[in-house]
Write a protein that binds this ligand. Structure first.
Ligand code: FES
Length: 529
């Protein structure tokens, strides 16, 4: 099939016979093309409706050139090519009349034009978050010969300034989805899933959002100044420093240390900040430098806006513990020492073992795994309780994914170990209230880790979770667990972490609490005036 835009004319019969028949289906190679004889002339288009592929030969023609597909009432102007009702555009074929004979130009547009059209249409699908259309447009992009990852690159660029608070789970889960895709045959339909998940998530996160532009201007980059600007919650200054760094040719790897430092400067955003730093770097690695600026801008914004939980009473002991860290605590530690302690006690116990950061990390991660394995599921169903007692699975999975980010980034920047480990202790202290130590967990043991991971990752491709935040946590947790197990397959916490992951995957996940919301709204408003 020519792909250089050169005309490829085929004869498809006489005008007189088409006028008599009104419409006609012709086959040209693999193409099914339907011809219409309308009041406004002869038109030719793909017989397959671009929505779900039903035959337009069975459609209704009105006003001489408006074709309705009767399956779902999409309408196409065959003259202008516009989709009047619906989404995807209909492929039309130029018609030439030579006397009484009809000729069609069936040449395909050049690949670059097809790719550009698919990306334009993908962007248009964001207006209504049309998930199935996104799958079609990304598939069309791939069929044009373009890199399907361009869909992600485009989506990141279109959406980064519509994220009011910066980076979301869409960015954070993206490298994990792409890692999953890398294990599939690129042309397999399943390989579309990770792409559509990320693009759809970005579309959802920015649905009906206006632009929140980033400040213009540059400042001479200094790592300490970047950390300080984030600490001061000065987005404009942080952005100027970032732009200065990029203008100097610095890459993410040059910026990772100050970004990780800022992310760990507080126990903040329930661990999201550090996870976002780790995953932003991975995503830039996968998609290339063209996405560095939009991703870094969004990341900076999320760091600036991060809530600083160490400033609230529950975690206020964190600052003092960090100041007391001397790296000389030599008391042996294991997971069981940490699972049932409140925040101040968990911090104090962590300090007692500060000399051996690896042993401490193992104990903290093991404790987080044990807590997830023993999460008292009854707690996620309670309705009559104060907001401070709200808890769900994602509180536990975050402790694991945060631990994974601590492991990777503190290994790279060892001066961050005290912050990372003490913040892991904060997670433990918070979640200790919501576990049942007596729970019978024998049945969750994972006998064959390799088979478990294979089945769990395969299941992700058809996860069925309507909320992106859930599918993000599924892929992020599984990826983090696999990374940690691969890094330390003999660690004492491996069985517990695998069992905890299995229990999470196979247990109910309550995400909407109508009655709880009502109770808490009524209780709160009753005392606010
Ligand atoms: S298949 Fe044509 S409108 Fe749905």
């Amino acid at each position: 099939m020519p792909d250089d835009g050169e005309a490829r004319l085929v004869h498809v019969g006489s005008l007189a016979s088409l006028a008599e028949e009104g419409r006609r289906l012709v086959k040209v190679g693999r193409k099914q093309i339907v011809l219409f004889h309308g009041d406004k002339g002869v038109f030719a288009c793909n017989n397959r409706c671009p929505h779900e592929g039903f035959p337009l030969m069975e459609g209704s023609l009105a006003e001489g050139c408006v074709l309705t597909c009767n399956w779902h009432n999409w309408k196409f102007d065959l003259d202008s090519g516009e989709t009047l009702v619906g989404g995807d555009s209909l492929r039309r074929y130029p018609v030439q009349l030579r006397g009484d004979e009809i000729w069609l130009d069936v040449a395909d547009p050049p690949p670059a034009a097809r790719a550009a059209k698919a990306l334009d249409s993908l962007r248009d699908s964001f207006r209504r978050h049309e998930y199935d259309r996104m799958a079609r447009e990304i598939s069309r992009l791939q069929r044009s010969g373009a890199d399907p990852l361009d869909a992600l690159r485009g989506a990141i660029g279109w959406t980064h300034d519509r994220l009011e608070f910066g980076t979301t789970h869409a960015h954070a889960a993206a490298p994990d989805w792409l890692a999953l895709r890398a294990g599939l045959a690129p042309e397999a339909p399943a390989a579309l899933v990770p792409l559509v998940e990320v693009v759809g998530n970005l579309a959802w996160d920015t649905l009906r959002e206006p632009a929140y532009p980033y400040a213009e201007g540059r400042a001479a980059y200094e790592p300490e100044a970047l950390v300080e600007a984030i600490e001061q919650e000065d987005e404009a200054r942080a952005v100027a420093l970032l732009r200065g760094a990029l203008a100097e040719g610095l890459a993410f790897s040059d910026l990772e240390r100050p970004l990780a430092t800022a992310a760990l400067a507080h126990y903040q955003d329930f661990g999201h900040a550090l996870i976002y730093v780790y995953k932003t770097g991975q995503l830039i690695d996968r998609l290339g430098p063209t996405v560095a600026e939009p991703l870094l801008l969004a990341l900076l914004r999320s760091l600036v806006y991060a809530s600083r939980e160490d400033l609230i009473p529950e975690f206020r002991a964190y600052g003092g513990a960090l100041a007391d860290w001397d790296g000389k605590g030599r008391r042996p530690v294991e997971a069981a020492d940490l699972t049932g302690l409140a925040v101040p006690q968990a911090l104090a116990r962590t300090l007692e073992s500060s000399a051996d950061t690896r042993a401490l990390f193992d104990a903290l991660l093991g404790a987080a795994a044990w807590q997830q394995l023993h999460f008292d599921l009854e707690r996620q169903d309670r309705s009559e309780q104060p907001i401070s007692q709200n808890v769900g699975w994602l509180d536990f999975t975050h402790a694991i994914t945060f631990g994974n980010a601590v492991h990777v980034l503190c290994d790279r920047y060892p001066e961050l170990w005290p912050s990372g480990l003490l913040q892991m202790a904060c997670f433990l202290g918070r979640n200790a209230r919501f576990v049942d130590p007596e729970l019978d967990v024998e049945g969750w043991a994972v006998a064959d880790p390799a088979a478990f991971f294979e089945a769990a990752f395969a299941g992700l491709l058809d996860h069925g979770a309507p909320e992106y935040i859930v599918s993000c946590h599924l892929v992020k947790l599984l990826t983090a667990v696999r990374e940690e197990v691969a890094a330390a397959p003999e660690a004492a916490w491996v069985p517990s972490l695998l069992a905890a992951t299995r229990r999470f995957l196979e247990s109910p996940l309550k995400r909407k609490h109508s009655l709880r919301t009502a109770h808490q709204a009524a209780a709160f408003t009753a005392i606010e005036d």
